[in-house]
Design a protein around this ligand. Structure first.
Ligand SMILES: CC(C)(COP(=O)(O)OP(=O)(O)OC[C@H]1O[C@@H](n2cnc3c(N)ncnc32)[C@H](O)[C@@H]1OP(=O)(O)O)[C@@H](O)C(=O)NCCC(=O)NCCS
Length: 242
């Protein structure tokens, strides 16, 4: 049996899911960071980041049959009649998945595999993607795209105007993904990466609260679901709020 065949859970058409990072995920997320960004030093203190009010992390996970039934908590924000259709939809999505902590019931939830994560900082009207990475074994299966969809949806929920990020000018693969979701190169930072003095492109979306952007996002998310399977996307928890 080859190494690939021995991988425990992934299949090409398995639907992956998203949820906020929890303390128990910090080790897996640190491993992904080390694999994807080996020159990042010091490593991000993910567990500590959980109490950073400006930061949010989403992880992609493979749900096991152990996942608890949803407790259907009330959304922690009000939906006003002025909220966009997408925003209303998103408000309804997150409670569908159980997010009880292991402390509540150690047997309730077990996550076998965390193939990727995305980190964001929210500053003023801007959502800044600090890191997005997928374990090498799981790349090319739609997970990076799912993480990007989730983080843009979270930015919409949090009323950000735009999503921005920096990307190595040599990282054309990631740039292709970002362009697919309306990011454009708006500038560059000289010698931004200290390991090899590489420049960074600054990439920014259009106005994500605009109906036109949200329609594009919904269309792309629907295509992604057709291609890779529908995913549960829990973007926030009652304890985090939105
Ligand atoms: C960038 C990264 C997150 C993409 O994740 P992924 O799960 O492999 O990507 P997906 O399978 O979701 O592919 C999404 C899109 O990315 C682009 N893409 C993915 N693999 C590609 C490849 N081999 N060549 C060119 N484009 C590619 C395509 O636009 C693709 O959309 P398409 O399938 O409709 O063409 C992943 O490659 C990674 O973790 N890289 C290392 C860390 C990194 O560079 N992060 C970005 C820092 S800014």
């Amino acid at each position: 049996m080859s190494a690939v065949e021995q991988e425990p859970v992934a299949t090409e058409y398995m639907a992956y899911s998203l949820r906020p990072m929890l303390p128990d995920d910090s080790k897996a997320v640190a491993e992904i960071e080390m694999e994807a960004f080996p020159t990042t030093w010091p490593p991000t203190p993910f567990r500590k980041e959980l109490s950073n009010r400006l930061a949010r992390y989403l992880v992609c996970y493979v749900p096991t049959e152990e996942i608890a039934e949803a407790e259907q908590p009330e959304p922690s924000v009000d939906i006003t009649p002025n909220d966009s259709m997408l925003k209303r939809l998103l408000q309804g999505v997150w409670p569908r998945i159980g997010l009880r902590s292991r402390r509540d019931d150690p047997q309730a939830i077990r996550w076998d595999v965390i193939p990727g994560f995305v980190g964001m900082w929210f500053m003023a009207d801007e959502a800044h993607v600090t890191a997005i990475a997928v374990r090498e074994f799981y790349q090319g299966r739609g997970i990076g795209e799912l993480l990007l969809i989730g983080c843009i949806e979270l930015a919409i929920l949090r009323n950000a105007d735009v999503v921005t990020l920096e990307v190595r000018i040599s990282n054309t693969l990631a740039q292709t993904l970002y362009k697919k979701y309306g990011f454009e190169i708006v500038g560059s930072r000289k010698r931004y990466y200290s390991d090899n003095n590489e420049d960074a492109f600054i990439m920014t979306t259009g106005k994500i609260q605009e109906p036109e952007y949200q329609r594009m996002l919904q269309d792309k998310a629907a295509l992604h679901a057709d291609r890779w399977g529908a995913s549960e996307r829990a973007l926030t928890t009652p304890s985090l709020g939105v």
